[in-house]
Design a protein around this ligand. Structure first.
Ligand SMILES: [Zn+2]
Length: 106
């Protein structure tokens, strides 16, 4: 039996690409080794994220939506034509939802 990538796309369906033997994720969904190491070892990164979370939780809805929209805009460069359809949808859906909510909230 051929193993399939276990990544779940934003639409709730499995990626279904075939990963390298012995891997659970396809190349598109497997974090590069260097990034995995940084995520596991860099405690200041985790502290930075926790501080960011504290700041988000203190915001009112309007500021939270603006912050989310800015954060999504800052990662837009990571998504390009070479990204998988699944990854593009995973970016565009929350971006569209945030913009729509921000527009209707104001
Ligand atoms: Zn995949």
């Amino acid at each position: 039996m051929v193993e399939e990538c276990i990544h779940i796309c934003a639409n709730g369906q499995k990626c279904r690409r075939i990963p390298k033997r012995g891997h659970k994720f396809c190349n598109a969904h497997r974090a590069p080794r260097r990034r995995r190491r940084l995520l596991e070892e860099d405690h200041s990164f985790h502290q930075q994220i926790f501080d960011y979370l504290d700041r988000l939780e203190a915001m009112n809805l309007d500021d939270l939506l603006s912050e989310t929209s800015d954060a999504l805009a800052s990662i837009h460069g990571l998504i390009d034509r070479r990204s998988s359809r699944c990854d593009r949808a995973a970016f565009l859906e929350p971006n569209t939802n945030t913009t729509s909510t921000l527009n209707s909230y104001r």
